[in-house]
Design a protein around this ligand. Sequence first.
Ligand code: CA
Length: 229
Amino acid sequence: MPRVLVIEDEGDLAEVLRYNLAAAGFEVAIASRGADGLRLASERIPDLVLLDLMLPDLPGTEVCRSLKADARTRRVPVIMLTARGEEIDRVVGFELGADDYVVKPFSVRELLLRAQAVLRRTAAATASDPVLVEFGALRLDRAAHRAWVDGRELELTALEFRLLTTLLDRRDRVQTRARLLDDVWGITADVTTRTVDTHVKRLREKLGRAGDYIETVRGVGYRLVGAPP
Ligand code: CA
């Protein structure tokens, strides 16, 4: 279920958004102040942020800039909620990094369409990016061979990193132990399929809560879930 964070200080509008987004299948979190929004965003990375431009404590532009400056939330798309007459060009400028905007008063239907379009674009961009991969709580930098879960860097061996990227690249498809041995270890002779089990177990432990993304397919092998839960 995609998670959307609404940062909006108008209580009535926030409630309308909460109701309609939930009805459309989103998990919704609401913050009425910019600082609370930034805290919520870093605690549980949302899939999308709806951000009011005029907040009581911080300008929405400042909140957006902070989201885009933080490695954990940099890739989270932001839709600005603006009032007519505000400087929309500046708001959606590349400098700020917002992905789209809607002008108040907007129809909920229009907002939902924009939200779904932005999420589709983001998913496509992530899938075609071979270097940086984000998958739920998990983030990978293939070039640097680094991995994080919820922003916490993991200490993976080269082999564990390769095992993880192999499963991730073939997510939603079962990988037999023999196939993993071939592709990750590159040998078929001196190691047994038990080796795969041992390494997957250790990798799961290191992944913490993201360890649940790796499913055991009894009698066959392993599969990384198709979408983060
Ligand atoms: Ca406002």
